[in-house]
Design a protein around this ligand. Structure first.
Ligand code: ADP
Ligand code: ADP
Length: 230
């Protein structure tokens, strides 16, 4: 079952930069997809389309078969279903304390204090940050900020989570811990898309890989398919 889809998607920035060219990509429910590509390939721009922050210049984004690219209400719905964890956690943490930060999203959705507390608790457990609950966000280490920014997205209970370069700059141990967290989320049924320029990581982790170059997808398939034949 296809959950998220880009159809002939094109996007140009206001300054004329052609960042996405005829992107066709289907993301299936529960799948782990890696978008592989160097800096400037268009990975982040594609993600902003997948979560409705940018609108296509042409072509469309479909969520569960529905074209949502030009419908305001559907775009708002999309932002609840598709969460993004940005590379820099500082761009994602706004509130004074960890608890406040994670509860911001669900509070905004209008849930009761009790339900919000429930969701925050679960997100803290999943990201192993329960002991940080009362900490001021500005006192967290980089690794802790990263976890808390993920917890904030988890508390929204999205169906799809996009991770922009999640392991960039992490040492091997933290990188491995992070991949274990992703595995846990995947087992819970969350569809995961991540971008990376780490070929080994894409190869070992993903169900499917799309390789981007200069705004286009130049190859996609299962890791074995893509890398076995030379
Ligand atoms: P990646 O995430 O793969 O590094 P990006 O999606 O950030 O790639 O960038 C794709 C292209 O769009 C690059 O040429 C980049 O310079 C350009 N770009 C990114 N953001 C903007 C912007 N706000 N305005 C104009 N061009 C941009
Ligand atoms: P923890 O407290 O979870 O052990 P740390 O903040 O000490 O986390 O480090 C987590 C990882 O993040 C390490 O791999 C470290 O190299 C990396 N790191 C620390 N600061 C930054 C930064 N500003 N940008 C990118 N990576 C960073």
């Amino acid at each position: 079952e296809v959950i998220l889809e880009a159809v002939d998607l094109e996007y140009s920035y206001p300054d004329g930069t052609n960042a996405l060219r005829k992107i066709n990509l289907q993301v299936r429910k529960g799948e782990k997809i890696a978008i592989l590509g160097s800096n400037g390939a268009g990975k982040s721009t594609l993600f902003m389309q997948f979560n409705g922050i940018y609108r296509p210049s042409s072509g469309s984004i479909k969520y569960q078969g529905q074209d949502i690219s030009y419908k305001n209400k559907a775009l708002i719905e999309l932002r609840k279903k598709v969460g993004i964890v940005f590379q820099d956690p500082d761009s994602q943490l706004f509130s004074a304390s960890v608890y406040q930060d994670i509860s911001f999203g669900p509070l905004n959705l209008g849930f009761s204090e009790e339900k919000v507390a429930d969701r925050v608790k679960r997100a803290l457990t999943d990201t192993e940050t329960t002991d940080l609950e009362d900490k001021p966000t500005h006192l967290l280490s980089y690794g802790q900020k990263k976890r808390v920014s993920i917890a904030g997205v988890l508390a929204m209970e999205p169906e799809v989570i996009i991770f922009d370069e999640p392991t960039a700059g992490l040492d091997p141990r933290h990188s491995q811990e992070f991949m274990q967290l992703l595995e846990k989320l995947s087992i819970e049924g969350i569809t995961i898309i991540l971008s990376t320029h780490d070929v080994d990581l894409a190869y070992s982790w993903s169900d499917r890989i799309a390789i981007m170059y200069s705004g286009a997808i130049i190859a996609q398939g299962e890791p074995g398919e893509l890398f076995m034949r030379t």
